[in-house]
Design a protein. Sequence first.
Length: 105
Amino acid sequence: MIRLLRKVAFWEATFFVVLCAAWLATVAGYKFSGSWHSALVFVGFSHGCVFTVYLFLVLLVRSRMRWSLFTTLSILVAGLIPGGGYVVEMKALSEARVESLADVL
């Protein structure tokens, strides 16, 4: 389950960063049209789906890993920050995996 959450956190962060970059380009005055507009619609829809799965998986993993409320909230809030999923994937989830293995051994 933790592997799936790591992958979902990575893709959630990737889609979010792409959307933020497109937003910055729009603010700078660039107009997306044609296939670029369609691609952004696809990325936006995909990010919404992946973010929903991210939230669901965090709550499932929380119960299995016995995370504190602070840890759970910090991981959830990291999903709201562009690129925060990278930090969650690299730092929080890898440490959680080590802790879970220590409990088994």
